[in-house]
Write a protein that binds this ligand. Structure first.
Ligand code: NAD
Length: 311
């Protein structure tokens, strides 16, 4: 029940906070390259324990991977976030080098860990982690769909005036402003199609708001968001560590599913103690199939850009 989070920045530290607060793991190690930074974040979180009542041990280290040994799950949030006006894709050059080195380092001390990739461009970083390590595909999971789906449910709840937890909805496809696919047709309010309550125009607006959900926050905050991203990672880690077998949209390696091969892209997955335990194939209509294929083209193009950077 030990989780390592590499990158003690906004998303990493928030994830550690939520994991501790909710008692998801017994131990969390935060690791960062900035001297003292992870130690400071860990100490700050630990000082919440008596007020919020958790028993998780949280510690921080600067670059000492030996302290991460025997982690069941390793979350990778190290890298740079986007600034206003930037796309996630523009981060590829810097983050690729960081993610590749970090994954190599964590596996030395936690050879059996399940790796959760958060750094952007997330689908390509997940593909990089898979290809550079040669790990089985069930052990490399990209987190993006959990966040995009929670943003979709939030915007639906705001449009409906109903609680977000009464709404079931999912976003699949790439984790990019133009590549993600909010599955509006399948969204429901307690099992009732949302189209019964919202006009086509209102649903289109919800989908559009969802797709630029991250960019909207980056514009408001001056940097990439962290509360919902951190909570989304914790939700995913919970399903792995506690073998909950939740269905969560994750970026995983596909081999024929959704008519795609050799890319990591967001699809509904059953997530449990073995990582990705099953990919659920939704019967998409022709329009959704076409959008998914287009999204896959964009994700593949980003992987090609990565190959030329690494060459
Ligand atoms: N997948 C998603 O849904 C999602 C959501 C939000 C953010 N992100 C991405 O997550 C990443 C982190 O975002 P953030 O807002 O936490 O950024 P941040 O700048 O607050 O934190 C990043 C941390 O990584 C550390 N770091 C850099 N290189 C490192 C290395 N080699 N080893 C260890 N630590 C290293 C930095 O020192 C920093 O503390 C970004 O790439 C961002 O785009 C992804």
């Amino acid at each position: 029940m030990k989780v390592t989070i590499v990158g003690a920045g906004n998303v990493g530290a928030t994830c550690a906070d939520v994991i501790s607060y909710r008692g998801i793991a017994s131990e969390v190690v935060l690791l960062d390259i900035k001297e003292g930074f992870a130690e400071g974040k860990a100490l700050d979180i630990m000082q919440c324990a008596t007020n919020t009542g958790f028993n998780t041990r949280v510690s921080g280290v600067t670059n000492d991977y030996s302290k991460t040994a025997d982690s069941s799950v390793v979350v990778i949030t190290s890298g740079i976030p986007r600034k206003p006006g930037m796309t996630r894709e523009e981060l590829i050059g810097i983050n690729a080098g960081i993610v590749k080195t970090v994954v190599e380092n964590v596996l030395v001390h936690s050879p059996n860990a399940i790796i959760v990739v958060v750094s952007n461009p997330m689908d390509t970083m997940t593909y990089l982690a898979l290809k550079s390590t040669g790990l089985p595909k069930n052990r490399i999971i990209g987190m993006g769909g959990a966040l995009d789906s929670s943003r979709f449910r939030t915007y639906l709840s705001m449009a409906l005036g109903k609680p977000a937890n009464d709404i079931s909805a999912m976003v699949i496809g790439g984790h990019g402003d133009t590549t993600m696919i909010p599955l509006t047709r399948l969204a429901s309010y307690n099992g009732i199609p949302v189209s019964q309550f919202l006009s086509e125009e209102a649903l289109e607006k919800v989908a559009a708001d969802t797709m630029v959900g991250g960019a909207t926050l980056t514009g408001l905050l001056g940097t990439s968001a962290w509360y919902a991203p951190g909570a989304s990672v914790a939700y995913l880690v919970d399903s792995i560590l506690n073998d909950q077998k939740k269905m969560i949209a994750c970026s995983v390696f596909v081999e024929g599913e959704y008519e795609q091969n050799d890319i990591c892209i967001g699809v509904p997955c059953i997530i449990g103690k073995n990582g990705v335990e099953e990919i659920i194939e939704i019967e998409l209509n022709d329009k959704e199939k076409a959008v998914f294929a287009k999204s896959a083209v964009a994700v593949r193009a980003m992987n090609d850009a990565l190959k030329s950077i690494l060459a």
